[in-house]
Design a protein around this ligand. Structure first.
Ligand code: NAP
Ligand code: GDD
Length: 338
């Protein structure tokens, strides 16, 4: 029986990875932070005698060192991060501490305890950023971070590579493109759209206000991606891999697809901050643009090339863009709509 530590266990990916590893017979130890209100909604349904939670924080090296020493895990998945790109402009220093230096603290805990463990770092397509935009983006595409979040993840990426090269630690980066699900936080754009469309359909919300409708993302389904994380650690040698669908869609296309799930066709009028989306039948205003959701610097285009992961890991995304929208809409219609 293998043992794993997951940081960020209460997040979208942490919850799916916990289910996945338990289904493979792992003993799973999750790191959770203390909150004044509960933050365990995504894992509350998991009743398994091989699932344990420990209070801690990736900014606290003492707790990390203690946890690694006590559990002596076979694998560590570092998913903890201040993961919101837009909010990282508001809390840049904390983002650097948690999302960047937190990775160093875990690697040091492995090194100092001399534990033979495999380490997965949740790296991101935000590393590619832009300027100039080249696509598709693969393991060999140069990085150009465009936010405090991406700059912190850049440090985490390279310190992972460095501890692999310097100390021979089995440390790997999964460079994952956007992946979504009904468990996605409601302040990320896909979930913001799916919850709003469900509420509009139920007559509980008038319209949705968004930022940059032209941004393009390579959106996949989170469950497919946690399997990829595990596959990365099952290889004979440590390496870095891109996981992506190879398809890109604008935020505007996601809006259209989500409304189509409730039988509404959106027609667009105007441009830039004046662009608006209307119900093609009733003429009702359903979508507008609010500049408060614009970012000081934007990543315009993400489109991944996961051929290395397909070839070496045998990894494939299973859920298409349209299926993803359907899955999220069905869940939010249950939650908020019907
Ligand atoms: P998420 O839903 O925002 O979850 C983030 C997790 O990190 C939460 O469990 C959160 O705990 C925890 N966390 C935050 N700060 C922490 C700290 N200081 N100490 C300990 N835990 C802390 O993110 P996700 O979508 O599951 O993403 C998982 C990881 O993959 C993140 O590192 C993210 O940056 C990266 N990533 C995500 C995507 C994507 O599209 N989803 C793509 C590429 C990379 P609380 O519940 O206590 O807040
Ligand atoms: N959140 C949000 N809210 N984004 C909006 C909105 C809005 O109202 N309107 C437009 N957008 C645009 C953003 O400007 C961005 O271009 C795009 O929608 C996607 O934004 P998010 O869903 O917040 O995700 P992200 O791409 O910035 O970051 C996510 O994916 C990264 C991987 O590429 C996060 O999960 C990161 O942690 C992850 O690394």
């Amino acid at each position: 029986m293998k043992t794993a530590i997951i940081t960020g266990v209460t997040g979208q990916d942490g919850s799916y990875l916990t289910e996945f590893l338990l289904s493979k017979g792992y003993e799973v130890h999750g790191l959770i932070r203390r909150h004044s209100t509960s933050c365990t909604q995504r894992i509350a349904h998991i009743a398994d005698e091989k699932f344990f939670l420990h209070y801690g924080d990736v900014t606290d090296s003492l707790c990390l060192t203690h946890l690694v020493k006590e559990i002596q895990p076979d694998e560590i998945y570092n998913l903890a991060a201040q993961s919101h790109v837009g909010i990282s402009f508001d809390v840049p220093e904390y983002t650097a501490e948690a999302t960047g230096i937190g990775t160093l603290k875990i690697l040091e805990a492995i090194r100092q305890n001399k534990i033979d463990t495999k380490f997965y770092q949740a790296s991101t397509s935000e590393l590619f950023g832009g300027l100039p935009y080249t696509a598709p983006q693969s393991e060999t595409t140069p990085f150009h971070p465009r936010s405090p979040y991406a700059a912190a993840k850049l440090y985490a990426y390279w310190i992972t590579v460095n501890y692999r090269e310097a100390y021979n630690i089995f440390a790997c980066n999964g460079i994952l493109f956007n992946h979504e699900s009904p468990r996605r936080g409601e302040d990320f754009v896909t979930r913001k759209i799916s919850t709003a469309v469900a509420k509009i359909f139920a007559g509980r919300q008038e319209k949705i206000s968004l930022g940059n409708l032209d941004a393009k993302r390579d959106w996949g389904f989170a469950k497919d991606y946690v399997e990829g994380m595990w596959l990365i650690l099952q290889q004979d040698k440590p390496d870095d891999f891109v996981l992506a669908t190879g398809e890109t869609h604008t935020v505007r296309e996601f809006v259209e697809a989500a409304f189509e799930e409730v039988g509404i066709k959106i027609i667009w009028r105007g441009a830039g901050v004046d662009e608006k989306g209307y119900d093609s039948e009733s003429g009702k205003l359903l979508v507008d643009v609010n500049p408060k959701y614009f970012r000081p610097a934007e990543v315009d285009l993400l489109l991944g090339d996961s051929s290395k992961a397909q070839k070496i890991l045998g990894w494939q995304r299973k859920v298409s863009f349209r299926e993803l929208v359907k899955i999220m809409m069905q869940a939010d219609l249950e939650n908020y709509g019907r």
